[in-house]
Ligand binder design. Structure first.
Ligand SMILES: [Zn+2]
Length: 284
């Protein structure tokens, strides 16, 4: 190699090394800046994550009644109960999760909890809902339904509970009050004890059935389909649930014990219990 060429090669190599060092410097600098930026930005996010929400640790089952082949009640203008139940239940899930609750849904789409091949889909569906509830040992179960009655003038929400459950009665009262107040019901009903609805009789957790309104009343049927009215129903349900959990917190602070009541045994016997939405006398 000639001397002149060697000098040129050396110069090129020195320039290349200088460029490489410069690039490395830029990369390291920008990484440092990025890291510093991430630190600043992530601080408030970390704090939010650590913040305890008011009902963290509470488990609530939201049961949207009916579904799939079982439409539930059919409104005077054709509204299907199963659809209204699901719409309200999905909205309720969202707001309860905002409160920090763990929400277990029995269904989140238009489906029943049965096999297509089942000879008794309704009973399989009921038993599946019951098994889900028993499995998660919830603090409260809220079953969402819509009502129907022969007299079209009858309207307004009504809450049911198992008549021998003291906590169920307490939850139902708080929920009934919340619905009456939030929905500004002109002629408010009171909560009602019951001893023959399948889920109420079999469920060992505290359970209430919220009948939000009557599909047999044309004005109320229209309201139950209305997005704004549904939001008001959900606000009332949220309030009733929070009021109940709050009352239980205060109770358990004063005395030892758990919110969960009853035993764990699910009996498969005595399936001749009335299935409420096929019964003519039980308006569920
Ligand atoms: Zn129903």
């Amino acid at each position: 190699m000639e001397k002149g060429t060697m000098i040129k090669v050396t110069i090129v190599m020195i320039v290349a090394m200088a460029i490489a060092l410069l690039i490395r410097g830029i990369v390291l600098h920008s990484k440092g800046a990025r890291d510093a930026q991430v630190d600043v930005e992530e601080m408030p996010f970390v704090e939010t994550e650590l913040e305890e929400k008011p009902y963290s640790g509470c488990i609530v089952v939201v049961d949207a009644g009916h579904g799939g082949k079982d439409p539930g009640k059919v409104g005077v203008n054709g509204t299907l109960e199963k659809d209204i139940n699901l719409e309200i239940a999905m909205l309720l899930k969202e707001v309860l999760e905002e409160e920090g609750m763990t929400v277990v849904m029995t269904r989140q789409s238009d489906m029943g909890l049965y096999d297509e091949s089942s000879s008794n889909k309704k009973m399989q569906d009921m038993k599946a809902r019951l098994a889900m509830i028993e499995d998660c040992k919830p603090d409260l179960v809220v079953s969402i339904h819509q009502n129907s009655f022969g007299d079209a003038s009858v309207c307004g929400p009504q809450v049911f509970y198992h008549e021998s459950s003291e906590k169920g009665g307490q939850a139902a009262k708080l929920m009934q009050d919340a619905l009456n107040t939030e929905l500004e019901i002109a002629r408010p009903r009171v909560q009602k004890g019951n001893d023959n609805y399948y889920l109420l009789t079999k469920c060992s957790a505290v359970m209430i059935i919220a009948e939000c309104g009557f599909l047999s009343n044309p004005e109320e049927e229209a309201l139950l389909k209305d997005a704004e009215y549904q939001k008001k129903i959900v606000a009332a349900l949220r309030l009733g649930i929070c009021d109940y959990l709050e009352s239980e917190k205060n109770t358990s602070e004063n005395q030892e014990g758990t919110i969960y009541e009853g035993d764990d045994e699910i009996s498969s016997e005595n399936l001749s219990y009335k299935i409420p939405w096929y019964s003519t006398e039980n308006v569920l």
